[in-house]
Design a protein. Structure first.
Length: 355
């Protein structure tokens, strides 16, 4: 019996050339397994159950666990896994996880541990006091140190870490802005400038990338005298001057920072201690304050070098203001590392030419 095609009413050919072409289809028996809605839901439920199980193992409070998204859960789990790889159970890590809250509160910053590739391994809980972000919120920015730094500094930081890795035990320092909370940026007008000082430590011998960690202390660079609760107050001294910048008084802590006694400075001019290259910057600050160019504890700021008693130069960040009903000038001085001074000077406006 001949079978005719319903489309063209011609005898049906073996290759069915008259039918609309829809592409080749594999025989039913050889088609791959096709997912169904129920199978997809089952897989999602299984993933959710696994994430819930991982979340339950995290050493944080139940309240914090309830607030974790799946992304944050995975970020924390990865952080713990990297820590367990560098610091296996039973070994005492040289920094961080065993430190209590009271001890952390005494530090002038927070602790940071990185892997050889720059991955975050440990961030101490007091990071919230410096950046306004909890550990979980910080991890939301990324899982490497480069994700939480200002993008312009990443290349320099990468070179510094490579240098430190080539010579384990060699201390390196870099300064950069770090990510902060929105509330912090609104309050301070930007991100936090942080000094990172640390070194690579070989946790086993011979050293290898998988057994080497970068241990660092991240100290905030004080942004104003009112910011002293975050910084280290030991790095500060204060001085009072008549309007021509002759010393009237200075706190005793100047001895620790510059080597002079209080009576050595009273009656001397501020300008006698300045580095010659910084006189123009200091004079511009002096004119702005003396002419009433602003009010408040941080009305005028400058980064300057002052001569120590031992003839070395000390980098200072100086906040100056009119005080005593306008009859004198008060200065709050914070000691800086050379790297901190270079970072701040690069953002300091150039002194205007004298009128």
């Amino acid at each position: 019996m001949t079978i005719f095609c319903s489309h063209c009413h011609q005898p049906l050919q073996a290759e069915m050339s008259c039918l609309p072409r829809r592409g080749k289809q594999a025989p039913r028996a050889s088609r791959p397994f096709r997912s169904t809605k129920s199978a997809s839901k089952a897989r999602r439920d299984q993933i959710n159950a696994e994430l819930q199980a991982l979340r339950s193992l995290l050493p944080i409070s139940m309240r914090e666990k309830e607030r974790l998204s799946y992304l944050h859960t995975m970020a924390l789990v990865c952080l713990r896994l990297r820590g367990a790889q560098l610091f296996p159970p039973g070994s005492a890590p040289p920094a961080g996880p065993a430190l209590g809250t009271e001890l952390l509160s005494l530090l002038p910053g927070f602790l940071l541990v990185l892997s050889a590739s720059g991955k975050l391994v440990y961030v101490s809980e007091n990071v919230a006091q410096v950046l306004g972000l909890s550990v979980v919120e910080l991890l939301a920015q990324g899982d490497t140190v480069f994700d939480i730094l200002d993008g312009q500094a990443c290349e320099d930081v990468y070179k510094k870490l490579l240098l430190a890795q080539e010579e384990p035990g060699r201390e390196v320092t870099f300064v950069s802005e770090m990510c902060t909370s929105k509330a912090f940026r609104l309050k301070h007008g930007g991100n936090r400038v942080v000094t990172v000082c640390g070194r690579f430590v070989a946790l086993s011998w011979p050293p290898s990338p998988s057994t080497t960690a970068f241990l660092a202390l991240c100290s905030p660079v004080m942004q104003s005298p009112a910011d002293g609760e975050v910084g280290c107050k030991d790095d500060i001294f204060q001085s009072t001057h008549i309007l021509d910048m002759t010393f009237i008084d200075v706190t005793e802590s100047v001895t620790y920072h510059l080597g002079y006694r209080r009576e050595d400075l009273v009656g001397q001019s501020w300008y006698s201690l300045l580095h010659p290259e910084d006189v123009d910057v200091a004079a511009a600050q002096h004119r702005a304050v003396a002419l009433g160019g602003g009010a408040g504890p941080a009305s005028e700021t400058a980064v300057l070098r002052l001569l120590r008693r031992d003839r070395a130069w000390a980098w200072l960040r100086v906040w100056a203001r009119r005080d005593g009903g306008g009859r004198c000038i008060s200065c709050t001085c914070t000691c800086l590392r050379e790297e901190e001074a270079a970072h701040l000077r690069s953002r300091q406006p150039r002194a205007a030419a004298p009128a």
